[in-house]
Design a protein around this ligand. Structure first.
Ligand SMILES: Cc1cc2nc3c(=O)[nH]c(=O)nc-3n(C[C@H](O)[C@H](O)[C@H](O)COP(=O)(O)OP(=O)(O)OC[C@H]3O[C@@H](n4cnc5c(N)ncnc54)[C@H](O)[C@@H]3O)c2cc1C
Length: 684
């Protein structure tokens, strides 16, 4: 097959450019790029000469997304252990992923089994994961990690991954369609035979957005790798512009799982970056100030009884980074997140100051590095990081971490760093089977868009999951579904009707008196940060759900005001983000009404719960805040959610049991037969 020429047709007065592929991938982050490379490799292995012409990648921005733009002090890649003397195995890896519940065993095991294959795939692609002189890929322990499984290629591991994989994509000759805003997922059929057959995009040419041209990418298989919906939250460390396509996927009929489970933690907000790892292990002073930066206060010292405990907890926040409600009681490290939240609720700003060691109050003794608890002291001593100031300790342990802020206009040696508790990652996402195929045949979901993680995940396992998912999806597509290009001549009427509906909607918005798209996005973000982030409360979440549903209805009735062409893209984003926010809130409300308690990375407030601290009070009632403990029964029930136009809440929830870890060994000969006959893909 020669590279398919795009065909253009006029539909409802708009130009629609039709492209046809075997597989179209939406998203060019680490997950999407890797899947493209594997599709190419599997096709080549099958003898397909024009493999590159059968694969297309579509993205709203090659330089955008979490993989390209996010990171931390040393961004972690969590893989099966490679230490020469610490044994590890896939089952133990899976057990770690499943430890906090709500995680499918087949996915966890597949992530363990595929881990090293994908890690070495990245090494071969050029990602500089460090080795020692004998060639072993040494690692370090992260939280929830028994086997030194974590490694890093520096603060921007996921960016290197994406760039190295992109080079392979370019070498293969796979086409990347950049600046394509996803506007609709094309479907055919109804009920159980409904399928996604492509994606429609509006091209963003910045200076002249073409408002009367759409692109329709038709494909036999669709891989959705558009990342998490980071723009759902106001207080967020996701890179700006990371909208994702959750609303579009729901509208097309895909089911999601575990949407209630996201990660939140301390991050800098002027330049969005996680302050995990060495940023906290350097033990900076933590203080708050008023809106203008004046009236500084050592607010942690109001609650911590001693400098020793306070400074040790600041250190521990490094590798106990995500907010964890099970680490609040008895002065554990997540108490710091709660105190930051408490201070922010009073309208105060919070900073890390790397120029000074923590400062006490109320007669607390002065900071003394020798007086830290042994876990912290021994770590710093072994790292040779006993220098006088936090910035010196940080520069010693991780000079790249200091450099990174300098490159982004912040000199940690000269100014404090403003922080907040930010949304960082979606553990939940769209439901997939062990081949990362979604609830609809021929549609695969990978990377952060896939809901493969449970209530907690070890730091770095998102990147591993994204790579393994891409491998599994590509293997299944090529070997089970084949390499033919998607065309759908018999479904032309159905497809054209969806394009006409989309065009009618976009055209109507140009004359609409509905809300402005940017206002809609801000409204969603404020609501999600207030009611669906790391602090949740049943009545409040219910109220927010009602407002979110009303917003979707308003957009449907009145449309969105699009005064100029650039606003059209913002309007598309606002529309699907509004639907996504209903899904998240509905899932949260549903779980709370099942007596869901504090778990993962969120705290559930309840007047009858466990008090946090007498000084941490509700802004509304003035009473000390109390929280509901985890309901452990819910660890064995995964909350699934699907769009349901007929339901008053627009979504319906159900419950699925986590699938077990597959067990049992086969004799080599019979397993080999299964493989050779393609039966491992369920094909007879
Ligand atoms: C600050 C921070 C630190 C992190 N640190 C770690 C870590 O140490 N270890 C770890 O494992 N994970 C970490 N994560 C999570 C991890 O980086 C992400 O989960 C992962 O990079 C997601 O990769 P992805 O390919 O699925 O999506 P992304 O990299 O987000 O890519 C999404 C792609 O989809 C495109 N896209 C999005 N929306 C649209 C749309 N509407 N239309 C068209 N295209 C669209 C984007 O342009 C992009 O190409 C961190 C995340 C953050 C924010």
């Amino acid at each position: 097959m020669k590279r398919m020429n795009a065909k253009t047709r006029q539909i409802a007065g708009w130009k629609v450019v039709f492209h046809r592929y075997n597989t179209v991938i939406v998203g060019a982050g680490a997950a999407g790029m890797n899947c493209a490379v594997h599709l190419y490799e599997f096709m080549k292995r099958k003898g397909v000469e024009d493999a590159a012409d059968r694969i297309g990648i579509v993205t709203r921005g090659l330089g955008l997304g979490a993989s390209r733009m996010s990171g931390s002090d040393k961004q972690t890649y969590y893989k099966l252990g490679t230490s020469p003397n610490v044994p590890d195995c896939a089952k133990s890896f899976a057990d770690t992923l499943m430890a906090a519940g709500c995680c499918h065993g087949d996915l966890a095991l597949a992530e363990g089994i595929g881990s090293l294959r994908e890690f070495y795939h990245l090494v071969e692609a050029g990602v500089a994961f460090p080795t020692d002189s004998i060639g072993s890929f040494f690692g370090y322990k992260t939280d929830h990690d028994p086997a030194e499984r974590a490694t890093s290629a520096g603060p921007r591991t996921s960016r290197f991954m994406s760039e190295c994989l992109q080079k392979k994509v370019e070498q293969a000759g796979i086409r990347v369609f950049d600046r394509q805003e996803a506007a609709h997922l094309l479907t055919i059929g109804e009920g159980r035979s409904k399928r996604i057959v492509g994606i429609v995009t509006l091209e963003d040419l910045r200076s002249e957005i073409s408002d009367s041209t759409l692109h329709a990418f038709l494909a036999a298989n669709v891989v959705l790798a558009a990342g998490g919906p980071g723009e759902l939250y106001k207080t967020s460390v996701y890179p700006r512009g990371q909208f994702g396509i959750h609303g579009l996927a729901f509208r097309a009929g895909l089911a999601a799982e575990n949407l209630t489970e996201s990660q939140f933690g301390l991050a800098s907000i002027r330049f969005r970056w996680n302050v995990s790892g060495t940023y906290m292990q350097a033990i900076p002073r933590v203080f708050s100030a008023d809106a203008d930066g004046g009236h500084e206060r050592e607010f942690l010292a109001d609650v911590f009884p001693s400098m020793r405990t306070m400074a040790t907890d600041i250190f521990l926040k490094g590798y106990q980074w995500p907010f964890d409600p099970q680490r609040i009681e008895n002065l554990q490290s997540s108490l710091i997140d709660i105190l930051v939240y408490n201070e922010r609720q009073k309208g105060r700003r919070v900073f890390l100051d790397f120029r000074q060691n923590p400062i006490g109050a109320h007669g607390m003794s002065a900071f003394n590095i020798d007086d830290l608890e042994s876990e912290a002291f021994e770590y710093l001593r072994e790292a040779g990081a006993l220098q006088k100031t936090p910035v010196e300790r940080l520069a010693h342990m991780n000079p790249l971490a200091v450099e990174l802020y300098r490159e982004n206009g912040i000199d940690l040696a000269n100014e404090p760093l403003e922080i907040d508790i930010c949304a960082q990652h979606n553990n939940g996402g769209f439901a997939v089977n062990k081949w990362w195929e979604s609830s609809m045949h021929h549609t695969f979901i990978i990377g952060e868009m896939a809901g493969t993680h449970g209530v907690k995940r070890p730091g770095g396992s998102a990147l591993n999951a994204g790579q393994v998912g891409g491998l599994r999806a590509a293997e299944y597509i090529v070997n089970a579904y084949g390499v033919d290009v998607g065309d759908y001549p018999d479904n032309r009427k159905e497809i054209d009707q969806q394009l006409r509906d989309l065009i009618a909607r976009l055209s109507r918005w140009r004359r609409s008196s509905g809300p402005a798209p940017q206002d809609v996005i801000e409204q969603i973000q404020n609501r999600m940060t207030a009611s669906a982030a790391h602090i949740r409360e049943e009545n409040d979440a219910n109220e927010s759900l009602k407002h979110a549903i009303r917003l979707v209805a308003e957009i449907q009735d009145k449309g969105l005001a699009v005064p100029d062409v650039p606003s059209l893209i913002v309007a598309i984003q606002a529309e699907h983000l509004a639907l996504a926010s209903v899904a998240y809130l509905k899932a949260i409300v549903d779980l709370l009404t099942q007596n869901g308690g504090s778990r993962g990375s969120y705290l559930v407030l309840s007047p009858r719960g466990v008090p946090i601290h007498p000084d941490i009070k509700s802004k509304a009632t003035g009473e000390p805040l109390a929280f509901r403990l985890e309901n452990p029964d819910l660890r064995n029930r995964i909350l699934r959610i699907e769009h349901d136009k007929g339901s008053p809440d627009l979504f319906k929830c159900s419950e699925v049991a986590p699938r077990a870890v597959p067990s049992g060994r086969r004799a080599f000969e019979s397993a080999w037969q299964e493989y050779r006959k393609g039966r491992i893909y369920g094909i007879q």
